[in-house]
Design a protein around this ligand. Structure first.
Ligand code: PNS
Length: 161
């Protein structure tokens, strides 16, 4: 049975992430979406909120699970007996950062391979930071994030006002 981990901060999940999940779930028998509890930047959403938003989004994908992880990604992969890390590549600008992470992870855990999936061109410009900025200033994020996330972004920023 092939298993892959798709890790990230997912603060919040975007349609670009969803595109990678949807394609990844067709390649692997099981896909674990792994949400990092402690990203270096203070997240907008708690890890529980981020996990729930992903769970709502992947509800119809039976071979996709969502888990929270702390610490090193390769340690989490080993704990799940998983040898594949899946990452989306949006533009060439992602390549350098992603390669650095992949190589350091390989140094720590040579048995774990990183596989890059190019995101659909439709989402190649999209990231969570932009989505949060648009929502914070009252812009429309429809089509950029799943509907449940759109709603939560609206609620979050309304409560800030
Ligand atoms: O969505 P992001 O923020 O680009 O995801 C980055 C992530 C979570 C994949 C990366 O920060 C990560 O794996 N963090 C866990 C700590 C770790 O294992 N770091 C790798 C060595 S620097």
């Amino acid at each position: 049975m092939s298993v892959a981990i798709y890790p990230g901060s997912f603060d919040p999940i975007t349609n670009g992430h969803l595109d990678v999940i949807d394609r990844g779930r067709r390649i692997f028998d099981r896909l674990i979406v792994a949400v990092l509890r402690n990203p270096s930047k203070a997240p907008l959403f708690t890890v529980e909120e981020r996990k729930i938003m992903i769970e709502e989004t992947v509800r119809d994908f039976p071979n996709v699970e969502v888990e929270v992880f702390d610490g090193l990604l390769v340690a989490f992969a080993r704990s799940r007996n998983c040898r594949v890390i899946l990452r989306g590549l949006r533009a060439i600008s992602d390549y350098e950062y992603e390669t650095q992470i992949a190589l350091i992870n390989r140094k720590m855990a040579p048995e774990v391979e990183t596989i890059f999936l190019p995101t659909s061109t439709e989402y190649s410009y999209l990231n969570s930071t932009m989505v949060k900025e648009i929502a914070r200033f009252g812009g429309c994020v429809q089509g950029l994030v799943p509907p449940g996330v759109e709603k939560r972004l609206r609620e979050k920023f309304k409560s800030w006002a």
